[in-house]
Design a binder for this molecule. Structure first.
Ligand SMILES: *[C@@H]1O[C@H](CO)[C@@H](O)[C@H](O)[C@H]1NC(C)=O
Ligand SMILES: *[C@@H]1O[C@H](CO)[C@@H](O)[C@H](O)[C@H]1NC(C)=O
Ligand SMILES: *[C@@H]1O[C@H](CO)[C@@H](O)[C@H](O)[C@H]1NC(C)=O
Ligand SMILES: *[C@@H]1O[C@H](CO)[C@@H](O)[C@H](O)[C@H]1NC(C)=O
Ligand SMILES: *[C@@H]1O[C@H](CO)[C@@H](O)[C@H](O)[C@H]1NC(C)=O
Ligand SMILES: [Ca+2]
Length: 753
């Protein structure tokens, strides 16, 4: 027997009502008066309000007047109090079993005088007894559940749960039963498990999607009293594909311009589907039509009508297109299709004229008089209006003109040799509609006439050797013709002379050999022959040209290579007379320039009067080039030893009176290298006896725009005459002649560079 059962039995014995005394005592076996306490457990109902006695303690150690009872432990003094004399225990506060269901206390007996404990302590507990003071609590509110539409009766939807905090061991205080309070018969609930089931197997999402139920949870038995609470349950139906798509109309009307581009939507059609999501996806198909196609807009599930081929108002003005729509998925396990008709009316658009050909090729013979007809183009208005067409040429207007009927004429004779093709463009536009214009290319081929005579194919420079025997081939010539030269063209070469030292032999392949007809040449007698040659073709009309072949007479070696000819053959290796002239001109200009510079320098130098010193031994150099070309910015070459050296021989400088070294002077503040150089130069110039420490520099060509004046030292080295042309010796063999004419002492050639 469990403890609970014992307690319940005891309660039934002693209880006199819920609100009155709830305590009781367990009396021990009196046969042992030494045993300490005669009870060890008390009980108390929760929720009591007034101070209520819940029990009594007694001890064998208690003697009235001498001792008193005392409690120790949880809640003593606040919740529980004991009468010190009688041992009655009262509860002063409301207890809540759900918060704390037992209290542990100690009872002792104390001597009133000594306040000392007498006898042993006893432990006991106060058990709080359950009262059904809590209703079941739902774990959620609201509960949400989903179930597929058309689910069978008995399909479970969701489970609702509620918990009761009361003592489950006491009298069904915590036994929960469930109930649907709402008046409906679509769902039912298992009262014990809380599972909600479908009660109606015809729930249709398309009719009603969302349901709301109020459910109740109650403790105690179903029909007994008890406490209850309620919650909301939302149930929504999920979709199944139970509806096929359908068109609302048997026919849909559209209009489309014939200019509608391919791939651009010209209209939309929608098949309705009561389902949603995947079950409402629609696939459209066009039945047997190769102009239109229909695709599904993934957002709206509409059918978008587009063109596969362009529309043409003139060909077909009305299109009837049959289309079908279906769900890609099965509808209630089957395939359903619905169909409708699209009626598309084509609207006329003014289209530009159309040429009879996309391109024209005409042929016209060259050299024909003006206004020769070339050919005819034609274009027409494809629209209903059939506007008149006006033609115009876009280019080639100097050679061709076009008339209103599309005939093209020449304006002047054509020359095939100038242009073999005239590729021009013709425009056609509708009269009164300048925007409506189209173009076509015309290629006019100029047909050849034999209007050019053949000529020598090259500039030949043949020679005949003095000892060439009769029959020697001195040149193979060929000819060209500006006209079209078909493969069967025959050029014929001839010499139109009765008597000639040369003869021409046609090789039959449009070449001919010039051979010696009569031997024994002497270039001192006749140095050159001019042989006339007539070349004719076999065209119609036959044309011929007069040409002259210049044949030089030369003395030759064994291989017939010319050794000496009185007439110099023109340079053949690309060097023309013009280039040769330019080269000669350059040389002449260079010489003239040099002479001019020299003359100018001489005139300048004469201003120095007698300061010139005689040329002599060259020992050291002071050279400064102002400009020598790139990369030598730093050239500043002084041989400072000259400046530093004390003069040991010769006259003293004119202005220097003391014997201090020159370099000591240049160190004076304010002096710079320039002044030193100037001073040394003056000194040298003023020294009539000493040898000059100068270098003679002569430059033929110094380039243009130099900041420095001429680098040439010619102006300081003249001795005998004002004009010194020794430098000509240094200019090389080309100027040998000049040097011979103007040069003086050849010994002084060593003064160069
Ligand atoms: C008291 O206890 C003794 C022995 O433990 C027993 O024999 C006796 O019957 C008991 N008396 C009562 C009144 O229960
Ligand atoms: C439950 O359904 C209700 C009504 O449909 C909705 O307002 C609520 O947000 C839902 N709760 C949850 C947790 O889905
Ligand atoms: C003109 O057109 C013809 C035929 O298409 C072509 O052979 C020729 O090369 C073209 N000439 C020019 C200059 O474009
Ligand atoms: C022309 O000369 C070439 C050699 O230069 C020779 O082979 C050919 O036979 C000659 N033709 C005639 C017709 O003599
Ligand atoms: C042929 O050559 C000789 C010299 O070799 C010359 O005297 C004569 O005039 C030439 N004949 C002709 C027709 O040129
Ligand atoms: Ca559907």
């Amino acid at each position: 027997m469990s403890r609970a059962t014992v307690l319940l039995q005891l309660l039934m014995i002693f209880s006199v009502g819920c609100a009155t005394l709830q305590g009781f005592e367990l009396r021990g076996n009196n046969s042992k008066p030494q045993s300490d306490w005669i009870w060890n457990q008390l009980h108390c109902w929760e929720g009591l309000l007034k101070p209520t006695q819940i029990g009594k303690i007694q001890s064998v150690w208690h003697k009235e007047g001498e001792t008193k009872y005392q409690l120790q432990g949880e809640g003593v003094g606040t919740i529980f109090k004991v009468d010190p004399d009688t041992g009655d225990i009262c509860v002063y506060r409301e207890l809540d079993r759900e918060t704390k269901d037992r209290y542990k206390l100690k009872g002792i007996v104390i001597n009133k005088k000594t306040l000392k404990q007498i006898g042993p302590t006893t432990n006991f507990t106060i058990q709080v007894l359950d009262v059904n003071d809590n209703a079941p609590i739902f774990t959620k509110d609201p509960f949400n559940g989903t179930v597929a539409e058309m689910s069978r009766k008995g399909t479970s939807v969701l489970t609702i749960t509620a918990h009761d905090p009361d003592d489950p061991t006491v009298n069904k205080h915590a036994v929960v039963t469930y109930k649907i309070l709402s008046k409906q018969d679509n769902f039912y609930i298992n009262p014990d498990t809380g599972i909600i089931y479908v009660n109606n197997s015809n729930l249709d999402r398309e009719r009603k999607k969302d349901y709301q139920l109020i459910v109740q949870a109650k403790d105690m038995e179903v029909d007994q009293g008890g406490m209850s609470s309620s919650a909301t349950v939302y149930i929504s139906l999920t979709d199944i594909n139970d509806n096929a798509p359908f068109f609302q109309h048997r026919q849909y009307n559209y209009t489309a311009s014939e200019a509608t581009p391919i791939g651009v939507a010209l209209g939309r059609v929608k098949a309705e589907d009561l389902d949603e999501g995947e079950n409402a996806k629609i696939l459209y198909t066009v039945i047997s039509n190769n102009i239109f196609q229909i695709t599904t807009d993934p957002h709206t599930q509409e059918g978008v009508i587009t063109l596969k081929k362009p529309l043409d108002f003139e060909t077909q003005r009305l299109h009837r297109v049959h289309i079908e729509a279906e769900n890609p998925t099965l509808v209630k396990g089957m395939k359903y299709k619905t169909s409708t008709t699209l009626v598309i009316e084509v609207l006329d658009v003014n289209e530009p004229p159309e040429f009879s050909q996309s391109r024209y090729i005409f042929r016209v013979t060259e050299n024909q008089p003006e206004s020769t007809s070339v050919g005819r183009v034609s274009a027409s208005d494809p629209d209903q209006a059939k506007e008149r067409i006006r033609y115009s040429l876009q280019d080639g207007l100097d050679l061709f003109r076009i008339e209103d009927n599309g005939m093209i004429y020449t304006r002047e004779p054509l020359d095939r040799e100038a242009f073999a093709w005239h590729n021009i463009t013709v425009a056609a536009n509708e009269v009164g509609n300048s925007n409506s214009i189209s173009y076509a290319p015309i290629a006019i081929k100029v047909l050849d006439q034999n209007d050019n005579a053949p000529t020598l194919a090259d500039s030949y420079y043949p020679h005949v050797c003095e000892d060439d025997p009769v029959g020697t081939v001195i040149q193979v010539i060929s000819a060209v013709d500006m006209d079209e030269t078909p493969p069967d063209v025959k050029f014929f070469f001839s010499i139109p002379l009765k008597v000639s030292n040369f003869s021409v032999k046609n090789n039959g392949d449009n070449t001919a050999n010039i051979t010696v007809n009569q031997a024994g040449f002497n270039q001192n007698e006749v140095s050159k022959f001019s042989v006339p040659i007539i070349i004719s073709d076999n065209g119609t009309p036959r044309l011929s040209s007069n040409n002259t072949l210049e044949i030089n007479v030369c003395s030759c070696n064994r291989d017939r290579d010319p050794i000496n000819c009185r007439h110099i053959a023109p340079l053949s290796s690309g060097v023309t007379v013009t280039i040769l002239l330019i080269i000669i001109l350059c040389i002449i200009v260079t010489i003239a320039l040099a002479v001019l510079i020299v003359r100018w320098r001489m005139q300048q130098k004469s201003a120095f009067g007698g300061l010139v010193k005689a040329p002599g031994e060259i020992r050291e150099q002071l050279v400064q080039y102002d400009e020598e070309g790139g990369g030598e910015m730093d050239t500043n070459s002084f041989d400072i030893t000259v400046l530093n050296s004390l003069r040991t021989k010769g006259a003293q400088p004119l202005k220097v009176t003391d014997c201090a070294p020159v370099y000591a002077q240049v160190r004076k503040p304010g002096d710079d290298m320039g002044s030193v150089v100037r001073m040394k130069k003056d000194e040298a110039d003023g020294d009539r006896d000493g040898l000059p420490y100068d270098t003679l520099h002569i430059y033929g060509y110094e380039g243009a725009d130099s900041v420095a004046e001429s680098l040439s030292s010619l102006d300081v080295s003249s001795i005998d005459s004002e004009q010194d042309y020794d430098f000509l010796n240094d200019w090389g063999p080309r100027f040998q002649m000049l040097a011979e004419l103007y040069g003086s002492d050849p010994d002084r050639e060593s003064l160069g560079y």
